[in-house]
Design a protein around this ligand. Structure first.
Ligand SMILES: *[C@@H]1O[C@H](CO)[C@@H](O)[C@H](O)[C@H]1NC(C)=O
Ligand SMILES: *[C@@H]1O[C@H](CO)[C@@H](O)[C@H](O)[C@H]1NC(C)=O
Ligand SMILES: *[C@@H]1O[C@H](CO)[C@@H](O)[C@H](O)[C@H]1NC(C)=O
Ligand SMILES: *[C@@H]1O[C@H](CO)[C@@H](O)[C@H](O)[C@H]1NC(C)=O
Ligand SMILES: *[C@@H]1O[C@H](CO)[C@@H](O)[C@H](O)[C@H]1NC(C)=O
Ligand SMILES: *[C@@H]1O[C@H](CO)[C@@H](O)[C@H](O)[C@H]1NC(C)=O
Ligand SMILES: *[C@@H]1O[C@H](CO)[C@@H](O)[C@H](O)[C@H]1NC(C)=O
Ligand SMILES: *[C@@H]1O[C@H](CO)[C@@H](O)[C@H](O)[C@H]1NC(C)=O
Ligand SMILES: *[C@@H]1O[C@H](CO)[C@@H](O)[C@H](O)[C@H]1NC(C)=O
Ligand SMILES: *[C@@H]1O[C@H](CO)[C@@H](O)[C@H](O)[C@H]1NC(C)=O
Ligand SMILES: *[C@@H]1O[C@H](CO)[C@@H](O)[C@H](O)[C@H]1NC(C)=O
Ligand SMILES: *[C@@H]1O[C@H](CO)[C@@H](O)[C@H](O)[C@H]1NC(C)=O
Length: 750
């Protein structure tokens, strides 16, 4: 274009236009190449790049943090790197337009894996100005000191790629550096990924870096271990500094308010350093700061005053800072605010009505505080809100209409407050999360909810909604992942039949919903993890299709308190909780899947013996099979197969035989109940191994023994029932200083 402008003065417009079109059409032909004389990549650099590629391997898991949803997609950039082609045309490579030297290399999110040792050919690329290797997996190698030897490097980005060893002090030799990003996110890792080790920074390195980086504007060191660093040296950083990010660095000590006085600072993030004491700035200056993150730090100073000076602020995060009193009304002066996060503090009082002036606000999070009163009636304000999070406060009154009229709203959480009254129809079609759990809302469920095609979470549980809802109304909600309507006064019906599936649903709770059938929309589900249909009026056997729902995925199943009949099986091989009590199931007791912890089938009509194969389920903590028609002997392995079993409730059955003598230490039993069976013989002395026993109920059996004075030493025992047996002898003190120290209820009648 430079050449074009030169010609503009000398030629007629028409001929110029022709020339321009001509050169554009042949832009890649040899004709224009010779005209523009664009140099190609040198053989040396081309070889260096190819060698670098060869020392690495590709693993599509290496860039798992790159998510197209957040605007960064991972792909194999080096795929286009081929011998005998101009390396300046390779993906990720930038050449100087005059010399053809490689001056930029961006291999971020490229699925690269391996190590970058100091003899890597990467370091031959001496003309590099920008180097980005972010979001790959070089976690096995240290950051080589050679990274400090690119004489003209201005941008170095190794974020989320390296994680072990020291940040080499040689990095400070990069005297032309403008931007350094060594940050790493603290995200949960997929189970097959080795966790990041710590990347460490020493005081001497920070000191040198602050002195030598005379042009540095951006410094991102999040997640680097700096717990032993004297961060006072940060104050020596260049006055060109615009961004300083030190989230989750283990910083301690105090940081002076001078940190706010870098004249060009726009971004300051010191969050997640719970030991760090931050002195807030005085209000006399006007700060350039746009993004301030001080979550989980200790703040000192006058917050309300400091805020006044931060006129340019767009994003403020003061989560978990132990703040109390009223929310400072001066926040309403920050007219540029887009993001305001104050969750998990001790704020009390009302939400300031002056927030109506925060017209740019998109994200407001005041959750987990002690805010009271009603939501203020912001007439037209806050109309840009995308996210409104007010859960877990003491807010009351009705929800004002503006909340339902926000055109861009995606997330709305008002859970765990004291809201009353009816809720209105939603005007926003973009809503993705509605979380109203645990209030006192009443009336109908707004029908507009059933049109929110992007809804992923709907939780109206624990309110007073009263309505009849047909399940086919959910048919549009194909993105639903979490649905909880439990504990209202709802009546869910399947009048018109249901012939759609909600294939993304992984949490469904319709407890106490007057449901008469299993919701057909679960048919074929492969992702369901929690299903709670307890306390309904579902009758008859579990339908065949239901045994296939969530076969691999289901973890928690609650079908208790219905009128289900027929035999039971457990095809859900990963289940942890199986609550089937208070139904009319019959047949033999099925053995739960191998990881089950909580198993209740109490109050049914189960018959036969307990198979000793139940002892293969070593994670069991609760077995409740009380109030059935079980019989036979209690498998002796039940008392030595596991050191997790804490409740064994077999009361009101027909078991006979002696109590097994196999209670071994460590015995974790807290509640042992054999009441109302036909057990006979003596009480095994090994019961004394069960030091955690709180309830021992053996009443109404045929046990015969001397009175078990030896139980008096059990330190936690609160309930002891031995009545209606054949115990004999005396209840005497066998010498323990404090017999039955915790006993509250003892029915010892012999
Ligand atoms: C290529 O590299 C060799 C050494 O590896 C060096 O001697 C030579 O000068 C380089 N040539 C160019 C054009 O950079
Ligand atoms: C990537 O991760 C998936 C599971 O997360 C695993 O099955 C696969 O083997 C991994 N691939 C490589 C190349 O490690
Ligand atoms: C780097 O050095 C190692 C030995 O330390 C050697 O195995 C490897 O081949 C060398 N790599 C290159 C690219 O020279
Ligand atoms: C670094 O930049 C300077 C000034 O632009 C230039 O003269 C020099 O050749 C560059 N050095 C390298 C190794 O590219
Ligand atoms: C580093 O690279 C990643 C991935 O391209 C990018 O998201 C991040 O913003 C970069 N850091 C800086 C400081 O530019
Ligand atoms: C990384 O550096 C540490 C010292 O900071 C050293 O102990 C370790 O051996 C180095 N690991 C590798 C793979 O070079
Ligand atoms: C900060 O933590 C380090 C390492 O735990 C400790 O040695 C140092 O004394 C602490 N400094 C302050 C000011 O608490
Ligand atoms: C603000 O006041 C402090 C003392 O309270 C002073 O050191 C500082 O220079 C003042 N800043 C401006 C910008 O006036
Ligand atoms: C909102 O700002 C205007 C000036 O822009 C001011 O007059 C008004 O008092 C403010 N409202 C509240 C509630 O603070
Ligand atoms: C709402 O809360 C405020 C402040 O706690 C209280 O004064 C008011 O009486 C409450 N209103 C209702 C209807 O409970
Ligand atoms: C639902 O989400 C999709 C994808 O994010 C978006 O394109 C669409 O506009 C959304 N629909 C509504 C009604 O907001
Ligand atoms: C549940 O249904 C029964 C009749 O089947 C009805 O009497 C009861 O009121 C319903 N409960 C609710 C909460 O709608």
């Amino acid at each position: 274009m430079g050449k074009l402008r030169f010609f503009l003065g000398n030629y007629q417009f028409f001929s110029l236009l022709l020339f321009y079109l001509y050169s554009q059409a042949f832009i890649s032909s040899s004709f224009t190449n010779s005209l523009i004389e664009r140099p190609t990549c040198s053989h040396n650099e081309s070889q260096a790049l190819l060698q670098f590629k060869q020392t690495l391997f590709f693993d599509c898991n290496a860039s798992f943090l790159c998510n197209p949803n957040y605007g960064i997609a991972a792909f194999l950039k080096t795929d286009s790197w081929k011998e005998d082609t101009d390396c300046c045309s390779w993906e990720g490579v930038t050449c100087d337009s005059d010399t053809g030297r490689v001056i930029g290399l961006d291999l971020s999110c490229s699925w690269l894996c391996g190590t970058i040792p100091s003899n890597s050919s990467l370091f031959f690329l001496q003309h590099l100005k920008r180097l980005n290797l972010a979001f790959n997996n070089f976690r096995q190698s240290n950051i080589s000191a050679k990274f400090g030897q690119f004489p003209n490097l201005t941008h170095l980005n190794l974020s989320n790629s390296f994680s072990s060893g020291q940040v080499p002090s040689e990095i400070s030799h990069l005297s032309k550096l403008v931007s350094l990003d060594l940050s790493r996110f603290s995200l949960p890792f997929p189970s097959d990924q080795e966790p990041f080790n710590e990347l460490k920074l020493e005081t001497t390195t920070l000191k040198r870096l602050a002195l030598n980086f005379s042009r540095v504007k951006e410094l991102f060191l999040d997640g680097i271990d700096m717990c032993s660093v004297d961060h006072g040296y940060l104050m020596n950083l260049s006055s060109s500094l615009t961004s300083l990010s030190l989230v989750d660095c283990g910083l301690n000590g105090t940081i002076s308010d001078r940190i706010f006085r870098f004249p060009n600072l726009k971004l300051l993030k010191l969050g997640k350093n719970p030991e760090l004491v931050v002195y807030l700035p005085k209000s006399n200056g006007t700060s350039t700061l746009e993004i301030l993150d001080l979550k989980q730090t200790v703040l000192v100073g006058d917050l309300s005053g400091s805020i006044r000076g931060l006129k340019s602020l767009k994003s403020l995060n003061l989560a978990s800072c132990d703040l109390n009193g009223s929310i400072p009304t001066s926040l309403a002066n920050l007219s540029q605010l887009v993001v305001l996060e104050l969750p998990d503090n001790n704020f009390s009082g009302w939400i300031p009505a002056s927030f109506a002036n925060l017209t740019e606000l998109q994200h407001l999070d005041l959750s987990y505080n002690g805010l009271e009163g009603t939501i203020p009636p912001f007439a037209n304000g806050l109309s840009k809100l995308v996210c409104l999070l007010l859960p877990s406060n003491l807010l009351n009154g009705t929800i004002p209409p503006w909340v339902f009229n926000l055109p861009s709203l995606k997330l709305l959480s008002l859970a765990n407050n004291r809201f009353i009254g009816h809720i209105s129809e939603f005007q926003s079609k973009s809503l993705s999360i509605i979380y109203f759990k645990n209030n006192m809302l009443q009336g109908h469920i707004p029908r507009s909810i059933f049109q929110l095609v992007n809804l992923t979470v709907l939780d109206l549980s624990l309110n007073n909604f009263s309505d009849s809802v047909e399940l086919d109304m959910f048919s549009e909600l194909q993105n639903l992942e979490f649905l909880d309507l439990s504990h209202n006064s709802l009546s869910l019906s399947t009048k018109n039949g249901v012939n759609f599936a909600l294939n993304k649903l992984h949490f469904l709770s319709l407890s106490s919903c007057n449901l008469t059938e299993f919701p057909n929309f679960l048919r074929g589900s492969k992702v369901l993890t929690i299903l709670d249909l307890s306390k309904n009026i579902i009758r008859g056997p579990i339908p065949q299709w239901m045994w296939k729902v969530g076969k691999e995925s289901l973890l928690h199943l609650y079908l208790d308190h219905n009128s289900l009949t027929g035999p039971v099986q457990f095809p859900w091989k990963n289940a942890l909780t199986l609550y089937l009590q208070s139904n009319r199931f019959q047949g033999v007791l099925p053995i739960p899947p191998v990881q089950t912890s909580f198993f209740s089938i109490a109050n049914n009509y189960m018959t036969g013996e307990i198979s000793s194969s139940i002892c293969n389920i070593s994670s069991l903590r609760i077995i409740d099979a009380s109030h059935n028609n079980l019989s036979g002997k209690i498998p002796s392995c039940l008392f030595n197969f596991s050191n997790t079993l804490s409740v064994l409730d077999l009361r009101a059955n027909g078991f006979h035989g002696t109590i097994p003598t196999t209670f071994v230490e460590p015995c974790s039993l807290e509640n042992l109940n054999f009441h109302g069976n036909q057990m006979e013989g003596p009480l095994p002395r090994s019961l004394a191994n069960c030091r955690n026993l709180q309830v021992l109920d053996l009443g109404s059996n045929k046990l015969s023994d001397t009175f078990p004075n030896w139980l008096e030493t059990l330190p936690m025992l609160q309930v002891l029932v031995l009545s209606s047996n054949k115990f004999h002898g005396f209840v005497n003190n066998s010498g323990a200083r404090l017999p039955f120290p915790k006993l509250r209820l003892g029915t010892l009648k012999i």
